[in-house]
Design a protein around this ligand. Structure first.
Ligand code: NAD
Length: 476
């Protein structure tokens, strides 16, 4: 199938009106893939205004059963086009093809979940003191701007677009300029599945060029953003002027805590992928590894050995676990961080080198001897680097975990149930897994505490986030 290279507006491909074209490079080969149209300001205005028309003209008022049907159709078309979408993602950002296939499947499941949720999402009847009949309605907001990052372009687009559409909103989706292909394909397939023209608009373009215009457009009622904390904070400032609704999924510096009483051998075997999956470009990456002192040395030995075994290489091969970083610039940022750690005398137990000739590859790196003040311990690196430190005392360890301004995700390994409950309660994060590294469940809320975000994606919480509650009182 053809590469999608134009804007998708009003149910059709469209040339950009004044935007700058985006050159896409395959990070595994450093070769040019395509030139994609970048939206300009007239495109933003046209897309938002016509999305508003589509909202008023019928999507918000469509019978819930009809919306359900369309959403299930979208899911079906996504599944039928799974291989195409996965190949697009693999080429565009160097995502290992097996992960890309899983992520397209996840996107389809998200559409199915919210398709089924439409007729299960309702208000209340309230026995108000003065009598009469009081009930609440969940009403859609209007046009939602969904702004998504480049690390999980397809699933994150789906988990914003699907619940927003399910409750009757229209959406202007802005993919990151590095990763527009699957978002454009989603717009086209959703339209083919029966989504009326204008209900989902897709506007590739750089955040600098069109971000402000999209966020401040008077017809945008909500901004649902996933990306860096710095940009999230700017969006919140801009949105505050008109009290627009925002939900923000931001950065992380998540802990992986391994107690000596746990099945720590299993933790050591599975933990490399908890931080190095997606080449560490993961907001949930467990990049701070806390290991209880009595098992520290044998744990590190196993963990380093498991890291060495990871299959780093061509993302098009089914067996590849770790592909390249998304861009030359992203690899330089990670290398600078490693150079800083080395200059401070920290030990790189494994990794950190460029393993292949072409492509933005970097071998997963394990840093030891790191101090709490180190940049690599405190800041999100967004690359394949983990810092491992021993701990002696549970309370002091929790204090250190919570010292981070982030609070997105984390893992906790212990076989002591009381400890699991106690520590899970005290960790400041929106998502936590015990004896597992699983962070994302379509049916459960996902989001961060503190500077990791505001609001929740996924689960029924996301549907709430795309509606206003209206209370209606009827006198008797
Ligand atoms: P980014 O903040 O640079 O960009 C994210 C999106 O915002 C892109 O579409 C970008 O074009 C757009 N953007 C940039 N400037 C903008 C502006 N001024 N106004 C409006 N939009 C603007 O982030 P990124 O580099 O694409 O992604 C990496 C970051 O995303 C990391 O910090 C990572 O932790 C975070 N992330 C968080 C989650 C989560 O669910 N919490 C998931 C994935 C990624």
């Amino acid at each position: 199938m053809q590469l999608p290279t134009e804007l998708f507006v009003n149910g059709a491909w469209r040339h950009s009106a004044g935007g700058k074209a985006i050159t896409l490079i395959n990070p595994a080969t450093e070769e040019r893939i395509a030139e994609v149209a970048g939206a300009g300001l007239p495109d933003v205005n046209e897309a938002v205004e016509s999305a508003h028309r589509a909202f008023v003209a019928g999507w918000r008022d469509l019978a819930p059963g009809k919306r359900t049907e369309v959403m299930f159709n979208v899911a079906r078309l996504l599944r039928e086009n799974l291989e195409w979408l996965a190949q697009l993602e693999c080429q565009n950002i160097g995502k290992p093809i097996s992960d890309a296939r899983d992520e397209v499947g996840l996107g389809a499941r998200v559409f199915e979940y919210y398709a089924g949720g439409i007729t299960r999402f309702y208000g209340q009847t309230i026995p108000v003191a003065r009598g009469g009949f009081d009930y609440t309605l969940r009403t859609p907001m209007g046009v939602v701007a969904a702004i998504v990052p480049w690390n999980f372009p397809f699933p994150i687009a789906c988990w914003k677009v699907a619940p927003a559409l399910a409750v009757g909103n229209c959406v202007a989706l802005k993919p990151a300029s590095l990763s527009p292909l699957t978002a454009l394909a989603l717009g086209k397939l959703a339209h083919e599945a029966g989504l009326p023209a204008g209900v989902l608009q897709v506007l590739p373009g750089s955040g600098q060029a069109i971000g402000d215009a999209l966020v401040t457009h008077p017809l945008i009622r909500k901004i649902s953003f996933t990306g860096s904390t710095a940009v999230g904070s700017r969006i919140m400032e801009l949105a505050a002027r008109d009290l627009k609704r925002v939900s923000l999924e931001l950065g992380g510096k998540s802990p992986n805590i391994v107690f000596a009483d746990s099945d720590w051998e299993r933790a050591a075997e599975t933990s490399p992928m908890s931080v190095f999956a997606n080449t560490g470009q993961d907001c949930c990456a467990r990049s701070r590894l806390f290991v209880e002192r009595p098992i520290y040395e044998p744990f590190v030995e196993r963990f380093v050995a498991a890291t060495r075994k990871l299959a780093v290489g061509d993302p098009a091969k089914a067996e590849t676990q770790i592909g390249p970083l998304v861009s030359a610039g992203q690899r330089e940022v990670v290398e600078a961080c490693l150079a800083g750690a080395r200059a401070q005398g920290r030990t790189v137990a494994v990794g950190g080198e460029r393993p292949c000739g072409k492509g933005y590859y970097l071998a997963p790196a394990v840093l030891l001897g790191v101090e709490t003040a180190d940049v690599c311990w405190r800041e999100e690196i967004f690359g394949p680097v983990v810092c491992v430190r021993p701990f002696d005392d549970e309370a002091a360890m929790i204090q250190e975990v919570n010292a981070s301004p982030y609070g997105l995700s984390g893992s906790l390994w212990t076989n002591d149930l009381r400890r699991a409950l106690r520590v899970a309660r005290q960790i400041e994060s929106g998502v936590l897994s015990v004896n597992s590294h699983s962070s994302v469940h379509v049916e459960a809320p996902f989001g961060g505490f503190k500077q990791s975000g505001l609001g929740r994606d996924l689960g029924m919480n996301a549907m709430e986030g795309y509606t206003e509650v209206k209370n209606v009182y009827v006198a008797e």
